[in-house]
Design a binder for this molecule. Structure first.
Ligand code: PLP
Length: 394
């Protein structure tokens, strides 16, 4: 028998990935994944961009390159963050990673020793929780309401908790709840952070996918002390298959992330970076994102309108202004895992919410994804889910 490190006891395969295997069957109406809609991928355009890269610079595309990333792509990322997130920076402050998931893994390894405390929204992104677990931290969940993290609670926790080494937040269209922080909370958050001077990981994969309302400035754009590490990604605005994300942080912090990347993977894919960069130069990313917003916005509306019509009054749900997810809170006695088994019999899938809470509990919650299903299936699936909930009311 081989022996594994004690860290392995902490890591379970993601329940969502297991569930996804089941729900990829074509007869299932799945609200379980968090995948972008594949019909919106610009396949033919990518083929064109790829051909140009190979013709112009094929040998470089197939070669190793720098850890920092492909220079033209870093420049495009810096420009986009200025235009979309109100963040002023340049290519030198961008590190390209293999998806923002890799940035999360590095963040834990850069900031956490075993037993250190990480603060995060309750609930939070399961992929981050799992990435952080490898460093064996303690998780302290900061209470939230429909406007996201409650700043008074954050302040209280920071005043009374030792060894807080990192704060992880998703202020825009959060995974799993779809919630977004308003401007007032963002300013309050930065005031608190500046008082305690603790590094913040701002994870922003969904910020550009706003269907309505005013764009909010990134926390990083309000950061006067260099405490915020911003994680961005092409996964939801272009295609996740390239596995391209980025880190923007002050030089001292970014250099630590760079060391981590050298050790973990040397660099992100050269050819993926060059093709993505070429696609952005040849085509119109803004127009592409506008198209994604239009389709997801419609699907969101169909989902929440059907929920409003069909769900019993004892259920609460979020009505996100963007992103990919909504969140349901069932009556307290109801277990979303049992509900899921019953819904699977009706060929409808979702993700029970309990695993988004690192310290357990909250089994009466569930996450629904709307980006991946056509509108008629959303109506059918939500109606069946609501019917199953009604059948199980006490
Ligand atoms: C909040 C959040 N962060 C990070 C990721 C990872 O994205 P990627 O590694 O594809 O950039 C996801 C993916 O769903 C996510 O929801």
């Amino acid at each position: 028998m081989v022996e594994f490190s004690s860290r392995m006891d902490l890591l379970k395969g993601s329940e969502i990935r297991e569930l996804l295997k089941l729900t990829s069957r074509p007869d299932i109406i799945s609200f379980a994944g968090g995948l972008p809609a594949p019909e919106l991928f610009p396949v033919a355009q990518m083929e064109e961009a790829s051909k140009v890269v190979m013709e112009e610079n094929g040998r470089a595309a197939l070669q190793y390159s720098t850890t920092e990333g492909f220079p033209r792509l870093r420049q495009q990322i810096a420009e986009r963050m200025g235009a979309k997130n109100n963040i002023k920076t340049d290519a030198d402050h961008i590190l390209v990673t293999s998806g923002s998931q890799q940035g999360l893994d590095f963040a834990a390894r850069v900031f956490l020793n075993k037993g250190d405390v990480v603060l995060l929204e309750s609930p939070s992104y399961l992929g981050a929780i799992n990435a952080f677990k490898a460093c064996e931290p303690k998780f302290v969940e900061v209470p939230t309401d429909n406007g996201g993290m409650i700043m008074e609670e954050l302040d209280k926790i920071l005043a009374t908790t030792k060894n807080v080494k990192m704060i992880y937040v998703i202020p825009d269209f959060q995974n799993p709840t779809g919630r977004t922080w308003d401007l007032d909370r963002r300013h309050k958050f930065m005031e608190i952070i500046n008082k305690y001077e603790i590094p913040v990981i701002e994870d922003n994969p969904y910020g550009e996918l706003r269907f309505e309302g005013k764009s909010m400035p990134a926390l990083k754009s309000l950061d006067t002390k260099g405490l915020v590490v911003f994680l961005g990604t092409f996964s939801k605005i272009l295609a996740p298959g390239y596995r391209l994300g980025w880190v923007f942080a002050e030089t001292e912090i970014l250099s630590k992330f760079n060391f981590m990347e050298q050790a973990a993977s040397l660099q992100a894919s050269t050819i993926g970076q060059m093709e993505t960069s070429k696609w952005i130069d040849m085509f119109d990313l803004d127009a592409h994102v506008a198209e994604i917003r239009k389709v997801y916005g419609k699907r969101r509306s169909v989902m929440v309108d059907t929920m409003a019509k069909e769900l019993p009054d004892c259920c609460e749900f979020t009505r996100p202004d963007g992103g990919l997810f909504t969140w349901i809170v069932l009556p307290e006695y109801m277990d979303a895992k049992e509900l899921q088994m019953k819904c699977l019999e009706k060929k409808v899938a979702f993700v029970p919410g309990g695993s988004f809470f690192p310290n357990g509990g909250h089994e009466n919650t569930l996450r629904l994804n709307y980006s991946c299903m056509p509108e008629d299936k959303i109506v059918t699936g939500i109606t069946a889910l609501a019917q199953t909930i009604k059948e199980n009311l006490k």
